[in-house]
Design a protein around this ligand. Structure first.
Ligand code: SAH
Ligand code: SF4
Length: 343
């Protein structure tokens, strides 16, 4: 039995084959599946009663089958045109999604959980606690919502909103399939960011996806990482790095490491040397993210000069590196600032 046919599970996230089977189970001809698919994914239908190509009688029969769309609770635009959305889900929970436009791209930063249980010390989401995993349709919905609001096709997706995607692997994998096949976003334009959960990077590798994996490293040694990321205690750095090496081997994909720069904490010359050592012989890229301040943590962003010397120390050691300044700072929409509040 299909997931969508067993109960009133929302239809969003279902494939063309699943939707076709569902309409047939409802006594409709197969081609209605194609129409349903188009109305859900291209026309943004929010309820089956809107789908005017269906007979009025059938629409009435299935009217209370949910499609699974959220509503926009709050929207704020930063001076750099980044838009932060607070979205209300069916059970009243609120999550964040962010739309980041450039001339050529429209990137959506999606959440994978309501809150996050990992409790990283520098992250507003982590400070806010954890409520629940997002369902597949709640992940796909964020992309459709941003696409509709910008009235422009989404080209890229980053799983860098609220939550730890690899704690919600099944729904994230189902959402990746739907975003790729139903919404039409190339796997190579999708990045999944993880702080690293034991064995999950290995499991992800087995799916041989073409998505980019970004691993939030943030420290060049175990002791430092434990101070920043509580889960590092149970999942030591050498183990994480060896899973990452396996990932590159299995998938043939280059991997990105994210490294937040916190002044005086992990941005010293010796940290750059240690980091370069960890990256040795690795097909990877390091993204340095100057820290975005949050009120609950006492860290500071390093000076430009410190950031540049860190970059140079890595480059001198042949590490591929770039500095990524988060967009949307003024709307509290930048990395680590997501906390589902209006402030
Ligand atoms: N849980 C996943 C994905 C969401 S966090 C992960 O941690 O990778 C997405 C990115 O934002 C991560 O690289 C995370 O470390 C970064 N981030 C969190 N807090 C930040 C802050 N205050 N300033 C800058 N980046 C931050
Ligand atoms: Fe969770 Fe990522 Fe924030 Fe850590 S950085 S608390 S894993 S969202």
């Amino acid at each position: 039995m299909l997931a969508v046919s067993t109960s009133k599970t929302p239809l969003l996230g279902a494939s063309l084959a699943e939707l076709t089977e569902w309409v047939q189970q409802q006594g409709q001809p197969a081609y209605r599946g194609q129409q349903l698919h188009q109305w859900i994914y291209q026309k943004g239908a929010r309820s089956l009663s809107e789908i005017t190509v269906f007979s009025k009688q059938w629409r009435e029969t299935v009217a209370d089958f949910p499609i699974g769309r959220s509503t926009i609770h709050y929207r704020s635009v930063a001076p750099d045109d980044t838009v932060k959305y607070l979205l209300t889900l069916a059970d009243g929970q609120i999550i964040e999604a962010v739309g980041i436009p450039t001339e050529k791209r429209l990137t959506v930063c999606v959440s994978s959980q309501v809150g996050c249980p990992m409790g990283c010390d520098f992250c507003a989401t982590g400070k806010g606690g954890f409520k629940r995993n997002l369902a597949t349709h709640e992940i796909v919905d964020q992309v459709l919502t941003v696409q509709e609001d910008f009235n422009r096709r989404v080209s890229h997706i980053v799983f860098m909103g609220m939550g730890e995607p690899l704690l919600n692997t099944d729904n994230v994998l189902a959402a990746l399939r739907s975003l790729n096949e139903d919404v039409g976003i190339g796997q190579r334009n999708i990045t999944v960011s993880t702080v690293g959960i034991q064995n999950r990077i290995r499991q992800l590798a087995e799916h041989k996806l073409q998505v980019t994996l970004a691993v939030s490293l943030h420290a060049s040694n175990q002791e430092l990482r434990e101070q920043l990321i509580p889960s590092a205690l149970r999942y030591p750095l050498p183990e994480l790095i060896s899973e990452c090496r396996e990932y590159v081997k299995t998938t043939g994909r280059r991997l990105s490491f994210e490294y937040i720069l916190l002044a005086g904490m992990n941005d010293l010359p010796e940290h750059a040397v240690e980091l370069a050592e960890l990256m040795r012989g690795f097909q990877c890229h390091v993204n340095l993210i100057p820290y975005n301040p949050i009120s609950e943590a006492g860290y500071q962003r390093p000076s430009q000069q410190r950031i540049q010397s860190f970059v140079k120390a890595l480059q001198d050691r042949k590490v591929a590196v770039s500095v990524r300044y988060s967009r949307g700072l003024e709307a509290d929409a930048a990395c680590g600032q997501l906390r589902a509040s209006k402030s």
